[in-house]
Design a protein. Structure first.
Length: 251
């Protein structure tokens, strides 16, 4: 690799600007969708019964005559199709022209970024120890060590598919669209809306988990803005979710 190529690799992709009205629209969309998702999660009866919009990929596949009788579709019971569409597909289509695909590239990464990624993943995984020492978190995340091996594997596959159904959309919608929209409104502190929104979404969970969510979101947003890149935050978040699945299986 020539020196010129190395220098080009270190240059971040130029950030696309999001117009003021589009920024407001994106912020309104994200907050509205998270409120709706909360209504769906708790089957709130306000204007209508929101619980009926809780749809899994299994529910969809079960409507297809050709495959509805195959037992393998049971692994998709936890694949949240509602989140997948509201958090990823719809915002991707609606706000496509405001997406900066450079934020999803390794092109601007330096060697130090890979080292930092490894350090952050280790820290994130170590934070899972709180699940073991906190009675409230332990009650919310009970261990599954005593169940048969085949059930563990079924649980693991279901949970991984569940993570795949919502995590890409969560990071894309919040850490890319919402974060960059806040940046466009002001270069100062408006971006703090993102960790606040993410924390409030977890308000029904244990205080320790809410605090952890805020800390993670704060540093993930800060790094994403600094490097104009979403990959590190996504990989760290993914590591936490997979680490939690493994922890539940062995404790």
């Amino acid at each position: 690799m020539t020196k010129t190529t190395e220098q080009q690799k270190d240059i971040p992709v130029k950030n696309k600007e999001i117009p003021f009205l589009a920024s407001i629209t994106i912020i309104a969309y994200v907050i509205s969708v998270l409120i709706i998702d909360t209504f769906i999660t708790f089957d709130v009866h306000f204007i209508l019964s929101w619980g009926k919009f809780s749809i899994s990929l299994f529910d969809i596949l079960n409507k297809v005559p050709v495959i509805k009788y195959y037992s393998y579709i049971l692994i998709f019971q936890n694949f949240d199709a509602t989140k997948f569409f509201l958090w990823l597909i719809f915002p991707f289509v609606l706000f496509y022209k405001f997406i900066n695909f450079g934020w999803f590239s390794f092109r601007s990464w330096r060697k130090s970024d890979y080292i930092l990624l490894s350090v952050f993943i280790v820290i994130c995984l170590l934070s899972l120890v709180f699940v073991l020492v906190s009675p409230m978190l332990r009650m919310y995340y009970p261990g599954l060590r005593g169940i048969p091996f085949n059930q563990k594997m079924f649980f693991a596959i279901q949970q991984v598919l569940w993570v795949i159904s919502w995590l890409p959309g969560w990071e894309f919608m919040n850490r890319h669209l919402l974060l960059r929209s806040c940046q466009q409104l002001s270069k100062n502190y408006v971006w703090l809306l993102v960790p606040v929104v993410e924390t409030l979404y977890h308000i029904y969970k244990a205080m320790l988990e809410m605090t952890g969510m805020f800390i993670f979101s704060f540093f993930a947003c800060w790094w994403s803005m600094k490097r104009e890149n979403n990959i590190m935050a996504f990989l760290c978040h993914f590591a936490v979710e997979i680490g939690l699945i493994v922890l539940l299986l062995i404790t």
